[in-house]
Design a protein around this ligand. Sequence first.
Ligand code: MLY
Length: 265
Amino acid sequence: STGYFDWNVYLKETSSEAAPASCFKQHPQPPTNEFNVGMKLEAIDPRNVTSICIATVVDIQGPRLCLRLDGGDNKNDFWQLVDSSEIHPVGHCEKNGGMLQPPLGFRMNASSWPMFLLKTLNGAEIACSKLFKKEPLTPKSNKFRVGMKLEALDRKNPHLICPATVATVKDDMIFVAFDGWRGAFDYWCKFESRDIFPVGWCKASGHPLQPPGYKALVGGKLKTQPKVNSCQLVPSIPPLSSSQPLSPRNTQRPSSSIRAKTSTN
Ligand code: MLY
């Protein structure tokens, strides 16, 4: 609770509750990440989900891996959890009677694929099976309720995990709305999506958590704002555009510190 964004303060300020951990398809304890950058593994090609490809770990954040498909470009990197069912040790595909495929947009002639595959794996650091963690169980039903807070992957900026609110619940789906941002980043997902996490998951897993949009109001602190005369402390509402941050959801009144400052003016 020494960091910039504090869920305890924020939940109080927004008079809201965290979605219980039992709502999520996530382990109670986030898995440890024992991969290293440069390791190779098998992954589903996100642009062609019937293909299993060789991928290389190019970045690591908490229990997540940023992967790049061998033979592809560097413009289609994607993230996977270490306990995802969409990644496997090298050899898994063949063991199950499958054939490793070139990624969509393979940068060479298709006829050079077999030789490319041999060369990309020769002498490579192969991630061993111990590093792949078991996928969590799926909750039996959709237990989310409107207004509950969570941590959610920003699908348009998938390196980011951000504070969010359940805005709608319908059948087996929820509508995830990002706190302090216009609707451009919001999305529908199944209750069992791997893109949503309980409050505290980032902290517990060592993954960075973005602050909500319109940072000035968060926790009633003005840490990212320049020091200004107290009569200027109430920030103006930023211009409305799809990617502009907004005041936090469910905040009926300005935060306590903003009220305190304004009442003296
Ligand atoms: N600079 C980008 C990133 C927006 C991120 C929004 N997330 C956190 C909901 C933009 O302004 O579009």
